[in-house]
Ligand binder design. Structure first.
Ligand code: 6PG
Length: 279
């Protein structure tokens, strides 16, 4: 479908007439990148979001035989963010992702990485787990040299893990991952993972991948479905057009890949176009 005029977002915009078509397109994109990653590096590093939007997408990956070619045995599955609740709590992202997807595909148990949200310091533990899987040193506090930080603060001088494909969602308030407007984790410049808390975090507290880690990814996909989100997308496009990225108020605008790709996957309702018209 045609990209709606006026909806200018960074990266590429993919619009499908219906949510079901969109999930299919997204699954094909995931599969292509997964196969390419395994061919290039022998592994596919995947990070998944929670929320209600991706649930039918995860189920589709399991039920549609076209997607059986995803190389699950070579896949590591990471969590983009998580609420600090037990896995069997209905609010657990991992619980949902396990039930809808991971329990039904041939992924190795040791390559599934729930966030240790109930431990005292989940950020440090998850960073270590990432560091081991990517064979990198864990992140260290910044040195004197300016790094790749974008909105003040100093960035880590060390190498960042490069996730192959990160699936993000977007809330009505423009949050993504558990990076909420006005919340402390927006300012994290060297940690890969942060605990995020405070009045804007709903429900608090959360654990989230940070901008430095997300923006280092090779491919980022933002999945947005439904008319309810159309107004937010319009506001974001207008903010980007008139004032540029404003992560403090619209956290999704802080998603600016260092060298990877950013692709928006919208159904016609979210894109604000008539689903019956095709390009
Ligand atoms: C979460 C997320 C979050 C989500 C948005 C959109 O755990 O809540 O990872 O960033 O993607 O809140 O959520 P919906 O898909 O439910 O609208």
């Amino acid at each position: 479908m045609m990209t709606p005029p006026g909806l200018q977002l960074p990266g590429t915009i993919h619009v499908a007439a219906t949510a079901d078509e969109l999930y299919d397109d997204l699954a094909l994109a995931l599969m292509a990148i997964a196969v390419e990653s395994v061919a290039a590096r022998g592994v596919f590093q995947l990070a998944l979001s929670g929320g209600s939007t991706p649930e039918p997408f995860y189920m589709r990956l399991v039920t549609d035989p076209r997607f059986r070619a995803v190389p699950w045995r070579q896949t590591h599955a990471w969590m983009v963010d998580e609420r600090r609740v037990a896995e069997d709590d209905p609010k657990s992202n991992f619980g949902m992702i396990r039930e809808t997807l991971l329990d039904h595909v041939p992924i190795r148990k040791r390559q599934v990485h729930p966030m240790p949200v109930l431990t005292e310091d989940p950020a440090t533990i998850y960073e270590k787990e990432l560091a081991e899987a990517f064979e990198l040193p864990p992140p260290s506090a910044p040195g004197p040299a300016p790094g790749r930080g974008r909105v003040g603060g100093e960035a880590s001088s060390g190498p960042l893990p490069r996730l192959d494909w990160v699936l993000l969602g977007m809330g009505d308030d423009g949050h993504t991952a558990s990076l909420f407007p006005g919340s402390p984790a927006l300012h994290e410049r060297w940690r890969w993972i942060a605990v995020n808390d405070g009045p804007g975090v709903t429900p608090p507290p959360r654990v989230t991948m940070t901008y430095p880690l997300l923006n280092a990814a090779r491919n980022l996909a933002v999945l947005v479905v439904g008319a309810r989100k159309a107004i937010t997308l319009q506001r974001i496009a207008s903010q980007l057009r008139t004032g540029g990225p404003d992560p403090e108020h619209w956290p999704i605008t802080g998603v600016q890949p260092d060298s990877g790709t950013l692709a928006w996957y919208l159904d016609a309702a979210a894109a604000g176009v008539d689903g019956s018209t095709s390009a």
